[in-house]
Design a protein around this ligand. Structure first.
Ligand SMILES: Cc1ncc(COP(=O)(O)O)c(C=O)c1O
Length: 369
């Protein structure tokens, strides 16, 4: 474990519990960025773009290995919101089905994007705040005949509730509803197998548990869906042959790349692919087990009624959310001991990752109890 911790830039004078926001940088990132991004550029050689495009292809490949899918099904995006916006604009209309189902607990940015679909003739319907998002009955009732697609957050940012992804996507499939899953807060901490999960579209990023920095979002499409979705927001990299250069012939790429756009950014995908490979090597299952042990230790040492995230470890992502009546006092103690956390409406968020050790937990618990 200490060997794995050594692979990351872990601050020495503080105890880092903010992975739900930003995962720590692997030490190998700097050299990898220099090698794959700066070196080709510094060389001034003819093949800078081929090298960079190859590096972005490696990003798709790294995601494909991590999530058990194929590189052509991924399309790099700046972040979750922009991938979702492109997707929403590409949805074909279906008579009698114009509702986009979401929940009040989804990340607000996703809600802001989905609300724009009202301009395209869709209606947004939310599963209300306080409803049990782990209950299939709740989803079953909400997935009504007029629902066109369902936006499903895998792990929620506020309560860290893990939705029963496979069961919900199966319900969607049985009812002819398109399923869209946001894995930003689960990828890297919850094992995800896209061959098993019966989902249509995935949006995600790398900044949190994958420790891959900002700017490396992605859209994943089920193969059968690719040809049905024609995005409005395109560019030459959305073309089947970006180098055809015929202004009168736009031909959608036959892969998920149709959602790409103009000249891509490069550095963020190079940084992220290095991290994704590292996380795949460490193993998401191992990360999850380590995280569960530490979450359990935190939860066993605080009164149960202070735990705002699910107490069943199988029903949560990687974060423990704690709500105290003397919250100000606790937060002051945490700050005093250099425990890095943040607080949202539901409480203090604490995320132990593979680089978090027992000493970090002991200092944390000293502040909580
Ligand atoms: C569940 C979830 N989705 C999405 C995001 C971020 O979206 P974006 O990549 O558009 O910034 C977050 C960030 O905290 C999140 O927790």
């Amino acid at each position: 474990m200490s060997e794995i911790k050594e692979l990351f830039c872990v601050p020495e004078s503080s105890h880092y519990f903010l992975t739900h926001s930003i995962g720590l940088m692997p030490k190998s990132t700097e050299a990898h960025l220099s090698q794959a991004y700066l070196k080709p550029w510094q060389s001034g050689a003819e093949d800078i773009w081929p090298q960079w495009l190859n590096a972005i292809a490696n990003f798709n490949g790294a995601l494909a290995s991590l999530l058990n899918s194929e590189p052509e099904q991924f399309c790099p995006q700046a972040n979750v919101s922009s991938g979702l916006a492109k997707l929403i604009q590409s949805l074909p209309k279906v008579e009698g089905r114009n509702v986009i189902l979401a929940t009040q607990s989804d990340f607000p940015s996703a809600g802001f994007v989905l609300q724009q679909a009202e301009r395209l003739g869709f209606t947004i319907r939310y599963i209300a705040k306080g409803q049990d998002l782990q209950s299939l009955d709740v989803w079953s009732e909400a997935l009504a005949d007029d629902v066109y697609c369902a936006f499903i957050t895998h792990a929620h940012y506020n309560t860290n509730t893990l939705t029963p992804a496979a069961e919900i996507t199966q319900l969607c499939r049985a009812r002819g509803i398109m399923s869209i899953m946001d894995i930003a807060q689960s990828v890297g901490i919850v094992p995800i197998d896209l061959q098993v999960l019966d989902v249509d579209v995935v949006v995600g990023s790398c900044i949190k548990w994958l420790c891959g920095g900002p700017g490396a979002g992605y859209l994943w499409l089920r193969k059968e869906r690719i040809q049905q979705l024609n995005p409005i927001d395109v560019g030459w990299f959305s073309h089947e042959n970006p180098f055809e250069f015929d202004i009168n012939n736009f031909d959608y790429a036959s892969t998920a790349a149709r959602f790409w756009g103009g000249t891509p950014s490069v550095a963020s995908y190079i940084i992220a692919s290095n991290s994704i490979k590292l996380m795949t090597e460490i193993g998401v299952q191992n990360i999850r087990e380590h995280n569960r042990n530490l979450c359990q230790k935190i939860m066993s040492n605080v009164p149960e009624d202070c735990i705002a995230s699910p107490t069943d470890l199988t029903k949560k992502g990687g974060t423990v959310v704690l709500k105290f009546s003397n919250s100000e006092q606790i937060e002051a103690r945490l700050r005093d001991k250099n425990v890095l956390f943040d607080a949202r409406q539901y409480g203090i968020r604490l995320s132990p990752h593979i680089y978090t050790d027992e000493r970090d937990i002991d200092v944390l618990l000293g502040c909580l109890t």
